[in-house]
Design a protein around this ligand. Sequence first.
Ligand SMILES: C[S@@+](CC[C@H](N)C(=O)[O-])C[C@H]1O[C@@H](n2cnc3c(N)ncnc32)[C@H](O)[C@@H]1O
Length: 237
Amino acid sequence: MKYFSIKKILYCLAVALSIGITPNEIHAKPKKDAIQSAVSNLLRNRTRTDLINYIIKKNNYKTYLEIGVADGENFRSIQIEHKDGVDPGGGAANYQMSSDKFFSENSNTYDIIFIDGLHLSDQVLRDIRNSLNCVSQNGLIVMHDCLPQTYMQQVPYIVPGSWNGDVWKAAAHVRMKFENVHFCVVDMDWGCGILTPNSSQTLFPYTPKDQLDWNFYQQNRNTLLNVLPLELWIQSQ
Ligand SMILES: C[S@@+](CC[C@H](N)C(=O)[O-])C[C@H]1O[C@@H](n2cnc3c(N)ncnc32)[C@H](O)[C@@H]1O
C-alpha cells in the first residue's frame, strides 16, 4: 500500500514535470484554491469569522489572539496553527482575565488580533494600543462592532439585545490621530474595523470627543470610519 502511494506520487511528479509544472506550482495551487474557497465563504456568509479566516489564509498567518471570547462562537471556528483567547468571564478563553491584565503580562507576538471585549471606547482604545505593541511586523488588528445601527446600540452602558457600545468612537480616534496605520471598516457583521500597522492614512479632521455624538456619527459615518463595502475591500487586497 505504502509502495503504491509513493509510486503514485512519483508518477504524478513525473507527469507534472513533463508538462512543465514546477514543484513550487504544485504546492501553490492548493494555497490558491484555499484562498478562493475562503473568499467564497466570506462572500456567502459575511461573518467576522469568515473575514478573519480569509485574512489568515491570504497572509499565511500562524498566530491569533482574540480579546473577548465569550462562549467561543467565533474563537472555535478560527483556523490557524496557534490561538489564544482572553476573557474575564471564562467561557472558551484560555486566559481567564481582563485584557488589561493579559497585556501587562504578555510577551508573545501575534499575526492577527481580534478586539471584541468590553465595548467602551476608552477600553477599546487601550486594547488597540496594547495590540499595536504585540502585533507582528506584517500583522493586522480586526475590531468588531464599529457600525451601530441605532442610538441605543451605541450608548456607553450595557443594554439588553444587540449592543455595540461606543466602539465607533475608538475607531474615530484612530482615524483622526493615528497617522502611521491604515484603518477602514468593512461594512458587514456590525462593522469590522481593519487596522494595518506600519502603513499610512489621510486623517479625518480632528473633532473633540464631546462632539462625537449620534448626530455626528450619522452625518459622517462613511468618511469618519472609512467604511467600505465587502466586495470593494476584497478587491483592494
Ligand atoms: C461580544 S462578547 C465576545 C464575542 C466573541 N468575540 C465572538 O465573536 O463570538 C464580549 C466578551 O468580552 C468579554 N469582556 C468584558 N470585559 C472584558 C475585558 N476587560 N477584557 C476582555 N474581555 C472582556 C465579556 O466577558 C464577553 O464575553
